[in-house]
Design a protein around this ligand. Structure first.
Ligand SMILES: Cc1ncc(COP(=O)(O)O)c(C=O)c1O
Length: 486
């Protein structure tokens, strides 16, 4: 097994992450003065999705489609076989996927949510439930749009912000058994495991838990679905945390996981570091049902809405996703940022997971009720003080209940995503320093209220305002401490 890459500095004995790659190409960044950042966040309706990237210094919104590709992936772009049907690129990618996941069929799609659209259309009937460890925003929207409902059966420990449980993404097996029995298999469209989990702090799922879920699905004749979008971080945690897997190759863990599910799908914007997605299955009937929808909604079966160049790079990216040296980088950097923040007392999700560092806005902003969107306010404030764009993962990211009332999120998080191989350790230190300043001045931050609230996926386009103009007082305090220029 490869060593996890850290070194201890000679003077302080500090444990420092060590990147096993170097930058070959760079993009210039700008840090606007604080007054301009204040104007930018106001113009964006206090919604970090609506900021222009030119106004952002460190874009930690997501890893989706913004991971750094490797030199080998760029080289592969030129190999692409451009054709509408029967592209050689497709067959190369199909062969790579079949080796990796051991499934018979691969259906390409333009991104993860496109796979969710096809799956929901194929499997969900009105009134049916989809059971999962935890939802992802687009997954839930596709299911509910078709009249289905989502039931989340995460273990109680998974929703505790701070814990020492290694696999907080695990499904509660006892609850799963009783829910299946109570609902009856005909009322369950499918059971879905997302590993790693997105909305609860990038927390992983153990193979043991997936095996138990799979057994229940098989025993009850229920279709099992695995969302592999965040698989690479999850593989790292299985290898480093799950008993019995210390000496198992990443490729063997991947095939074992895939063998437990009828369908595997993924966003290649995350897994594979390109832009695209795909569905895998060995089930003939499911394959035929989904194939028709892919052709209708995505494109012909040998490209499915993806550019063939991206598909060629994906084949390489997937191979790299099985390399421990590659997949360890994000979790190690997430842990580094989490540790830096905690040195300053900033409350975060623990243990540090994959995808990004997750700040606990409920504890950071104890004075702001959930009805005033503390995680949204904190994301806006973090932009204001550092030009750092994080993402609200709390009540704003939830759908309202059927009666129009707010659905308060279990956790109010701000995610500072660490796209693979993009940021340096000095970026991490800068973020920690600015967020620490904000934490000391947290009493200046207030709530948000909607000015314009879309009915579907409101967090993407919703516009809000700062209650009592708290952002102006925050800017003034910042200028007193840092001057005009930063
Ligand atoms: C777990 C999970 N599933 C599905 C998706 C949807 O993928 P995409 O953004 O490519 O539509 C995401 C995206 O963030 C995700 O994290």
């Amino acid at each position: 097994m490869n060593e996890v890459k850290f070194f201890f500095n000679q003077t302080g004995g500090e444990r420092i992450p060590l990147e096993m790659h170097k930058a070959k190409m760079v993009q210039r960044l700008h840090l606007l003065p604080v007054d301009e950042r204040q104007a930018a966040i106001e113009n964006a309706g206090f919604n970090t999705f609506l900021l222009k990237n030119r106004d952002v210094f460190l874009d930690m919104l997501t890893d989706s489609g913004v991971n750094a590709m490797s030199d080998e992936q760029y080289a592969a772009l030129l190999r692409a076989d451009d054709s509408y049907a029967g592209s050689e690129t497709f067959y190369r990618l199909e062969a790579e996927l079949s080796k990796m996941f051991g499934k018979k069929y691969f259906l390409p799609a333009h991104q993860g949510r496109a796979c969710e659209h096809i799956l929901a259309k194929t499997l969900v009937k009105p009134g049916q439930a989809v059971i999962m460890n935890f939802h992802f925003t687009t997954t839930k929207a596709h299911i509910t749009l078709l009249g289905g409902k989502v039931i989340e059966l995460l273990t109680d420990e998974g929703l505790k912000v701070e814990s020492d449980i290694a696999f907080k993404g695990d499904m509660d097996i006892e609850k799963l058994k009783s829910t299946v029995q109570a609902l009856g298999k005909e009322n369950i469209a499918f059971i879905r495991v997302e590993a790693g989990t997105n909305l609860i702090g990038g927390q992983p799922v153990s193979v043991k838990n997936m095996r138990e879920v799979s057994q229940i699905c098989k025993a009850n004749g229920i279709t099992s679905v695995f969302d592999a979008s965040l698989l690479s971080d999850n593989l790292y945690f299985i290898k480093t945390r799950e008993q019995g897997y210390e000496n198992t190759e990443i490729s063997d863990i991947t095939r074992e996981i895939a063998s437990l599910f009828d369908i595997v799908y993924f966003s290649a914007r995350k897994l594979g570091c390109v832009r695209g997605g795909g569905i895998l299955t060995s089930n003939d009937e499911l394959h035929i049902a989904m194939r028709e929808l892919v052709t209708l909604y995505e494109g012909f079966l040998t490209y499915g809405g993806m550019s063939v160049k991206e598909m060629e790079a994906l084949a390489v990216g997937l191979r790299e996703a099985l390399d421990f040296n590659v997949i360890e980088q994000t979790p190690i950097f997430v842990e580094a940022l989490t540790n830096e923040l905690r040195k300053f007392g900033v409350p975060t999700v623990l243990p540090a997971g994959g995808l990004g560092c997750h700040i606990d806005a409920k504890r950071f902003l104890e004075h702001i009720p959930q009805s005033e969107y503390p995680a949204g306010a904190l994301a806006a404030a973090i932009y204001l003080v550092g030009g750092i764009r994080g993402m609200e993962r709390g009540t704003l990211s939830e759908q309202r209940n059927d009666d129009g009332s707010e659905h308060f999120a279990e956790m109010e998080l701000v995610r500072l995503a660490l796209p693979k191989r993009v940021f340096t350790l000095s970026h991490i230190k800068f973020v920690a320093d600015r967020v620490a300043w904000l934490y000391r001045n947290r009493h200046l931050i207030g709530g948000l209220e909607f000015v314009d609230e879309p009915s579907i996926l409101r967090f993407f386009f919703g516009r809000l305002r700062a209650k009592n103009d708290w952002h102006i007082r925050l800017t003034e305090a910042f200028k007193r401490d840092f001057g005009e220029s930063l």
